[in-house]
Design a protein around this ligand. Structure first.
Ligand code: ADP
Length: 460
C-alpha cells in the first residue's frame, strides 16, 4: 500500500510503472484487532468506538405480524414493511420505497431532516393493504436503522455522537435520535413507535442470521463503511459484568474511524484536510464509495499538472471536488471495448478533453490502483475482526464455517472491488483457514433485519 504513496509522489510523464499493491500480513489486521480490544475495554479507549448494540437475542424465525423498518444511512432513506408468518411461512410479503435526501437537508436543521423522513414514512404507511395486516389494538412498530455513530442507551434509544458521510445537520449531535424521530412523527400526526434502534450493519447481521446461523460478522460498504460482529459478553470489560442472557451481543465496531498505522498518500491527506471532518473517519476515506472517485480525481489532477495526462493542458473542471464519482470508476473499469469508448466518454464529461487510447489506459490503471487498495484494505479489516474473535474463542471461527455478510452499493456494484477484497482475505488467512470463511452478499438484509429486531423486541 505504501508503494502507492511514493509512486504517485513522483509521476514520470508518459511512463507508468505498474503499481505494486501488497497489503503486508498483519499491517492492518493486527492493529485493527488491538484497537477493537482497546475500544471494548473502556469507552473512548480507541479510535474504534466498539458500540454496544443492546441486541443480545437474534431473530429466531418464530416472529409473526406486521413490522416496519426505516433506514437512514446516506444518500437515500428507505421505508419498508414486512409481514412475518413464523417458522413455516417466514417472510410472507415485503414492500419498500426509497426517497433521495435533498442535498440542502444534509446541511439543514435536525427538525427539517426528521420532518422530511417522518413525512416519507407517513406517505408510505398510508398505502398499506393487501397481505399486510396489523392486529387490532396494536401500534405499528418500527425498526429504525440509523447508520451513524450512536451511543446506544437501550434497544430503543441512542445518542448521536457525530454525523459522518457528508452530513452536517445542526442540532442532532448529543440528542436521542429516537426522540428526534418520535417528535417529528408527532408533528406529522403519525401514530407509530420505534421498538428497536439499530445500526445498518447490525440490521444486516440480524437479517442474514435469520436465514443462516453461521453469520458472525456483517460489513457495509456503501457511501460510508462499518462492520459489526457477534461478541461474547465476558470479553467486554466496559460492560462491567452486565451479562446478557445469551452471553452474546452484537458490537458495532465503527471501523470507519480506524487509522492506526494506515499508510496514507498525499492524496489521502489533502482530501482529508479539505473534508468537513478532517482527521476523522480515515479508514472510511480510503475504502468507501464516497471517496474512491475523489482520490482518483486528485491523482489525475496531479498527473495533468505534471503534464502527464493531456500535455500542457490542465482542464479546469478536473479541479472540481467530487466531480468524478465511484460509479464512474466502476463504469470505466467495465469498459472492454477496443478503444475504451466508455472511458473516453466519462473523461470527456469530467474534463472536457477528448482523450486518446494511451491516456484512457492510464486512467483505468489509476482507477484500478485506488480500487485495489480500497478492496484490499477492507479485506484486511475483515481479517482483523476474525482474528480478534478467534483469539478469544480458539477454533470457533476458523475451525468451522463462519459467514461474513456483506452489503452496500459499493460492494454490490463494483466487481473488481469485490474481487480484490476477497483475494486479500484469502491471502492474509492462507488457503486452509480461508476455506471456512464465507464472504456472502446479503442483499438489503438490513431493512428486514431491522424489522425482525423490532419484532423480537416488540412492546407487545
Ligand atoms: P448508502 O448511501 O446508504 O451507503 P448504498 O449502500 O446504496 O447507500 O451505497 C451507495 C454508494 O455505493 C454510492 O455512494 C456509491 O459510492 C456506491 N455505488 C453505487 N453504485 C455504484 C457503482 N455502480 N459502482 C461503484 N460504486 C457504486
Amino acid at each position: 500500500v505504501s508503494a502507492v504513496g511514493s509512486f504517485w509522489l513522483s509521476p514520470s510523464p508518459g511512463k507508468l510503472p505498474r503499481p505494486r499493491m501488497v497489503v503486508r500480513s498483519n499491517a492492518v489486521s493486527t492493529p485493527m484487532a488491538a484497537d477493537m480490544r482497546a475500544g471494548l475495554a473502556v469507552d473512548g479507549g480507541s479510535d474504534l468506538k466498539m458500540i454496544l448494540s443492546y441486541v443480545d437475542t437474534f431473530p429466531t424465525g418464530n416472529e409473526k405480524g406486521l413490522f416496519y423498518a426505516l433506514d437512514l444511512g446516506g444518500t437515500n432513506f428507505r421505508v419498508l414493511r414486512v409481514q412475518l408468518g413464523g417458522k413455516d411461512e417466514r417472510v410472507i410479503a415485503t414492500e419498500f420505497e426509497q426517497v433521495t435526501i435533498p442535498q440542502e437537508l444534509m446541511f439543514g436543521t435536525s427538525e427539517e431532516l426528521f420532518d422530511f423522513i417522518a413525512c416519507g414514512l407517513a406517505n408510505f404507511a398510508k398505502k398499506e393493504g393487501g397481505k399486510f395486516h396489523l392486529p387490532s389494538g396494536r401500534k405499528r412498530e418500527i425498526g429504525f436503522t440509523f447508520s451513524f455513530p450512536v451511543k446506544q442507551t437501550s434497544i430503543d434509544s441512542g445518542i448521536l455522537m457525530k454525523w459522518t458521510k457528508g452530513f452536517a445537520v445542526s442540532g442532532t449531535a448529543g440528542r436521542d435520535v429516537v426522540a428526534c424521530l418520535n417528535e417529528a412523527m408527532e408533528r406529522q400526526g403519525l401514530d407509530m413507535q420505534v421498538s428497536a434502534l439499530v445500526n445498518d450493519t447490525v440490521g444486516t447481521l440480524a437479517g442474514a442470521r435469520y436465514w443462516d446461523d453461521d453469520v458472525m460478522v456483517a460489513v457495509i460498504l456503501g457511501t460510508g463503511t462499518n462492520a459489526c460482529y457477534v461478541e461474547r459478553t465476558d470479553v467486554i470489560p466496559k460492560l462491567q459484568g452486565q451479562m446478557s442472557s445469551s452471553g452474546r451481543t452484537i458490537i458495532s465496531t465503527e471501523w470507519g474511524a480506524f487509522s492506526n498505522g494506515l499508510p496514507l498518500t498525499e492524496f489521502d491527506r489533502d482530501m482529508d484536510a479539505a473534508s468537513i471532518n478532517p482527521g476523522e473517519q480515515i479508514f472510511e476515506k480510503t475504502i468507501s464509495g464516497m471517496y474512491l472517485g475523489e482520490i482518483v480525481r486528485r491523482v489525475l489532477l496531479k498527473m495533468a499538472e505534471a503534464g502527464a495526462l493531456f500535455g500542457k493542458y490542465v482542464p479546469e473542471k478536473l479541479s472540481t471536488p467530487f466531480i468524478l464519482r465511484t460509479p464512474d470508476l466502476c463504469a470505466m473499469q467495465q469498459d472492454n471495448s477496443d478503444h475504451l469508448d466508455a472511458v473516453g466518454a466519462i473523461l470527456y464529461d469530467v474534463t472536457g478533453v477528448k482523450s486518446d487510447l494511451s491516456v484512457r489506459k492510464m486512467v483505468v490503471e489509476v482507477c484500478d490502483t485506488i480500487v485495489k487498495r480500497g478492496g484490499r484494505l477492507a479485506g484486511a479489516g475483515i481479517v482483523g475482526i476474525l482474528q480478534k474473535m478467534e483469539e478469544d474463542s480458539k477454533g470457533l471461527i476458523f475451525g468451522k464455517r463462519t459467514v461474513v455478510a456483506m452489503d452496500g452499493g459499493l460492494y454490490e456494484n463494483y466487481p473488481q472491488y469485490r474481487r480484490y477484497l476477497k483475494e486479500a482475505v484469502t491471502e492474509l488467512l492462507g488457503l486452509e483457514m480461508s476455506k471456512n470463511v464465507v464472504i456472502e452478499h446479503s442483499k438489503d438484509g438490513s431493512g428486514i433485519g431491522a424489522a425482525l429486531l423490532a419484532a423480537s423486541n416488540s412492546k407487545y
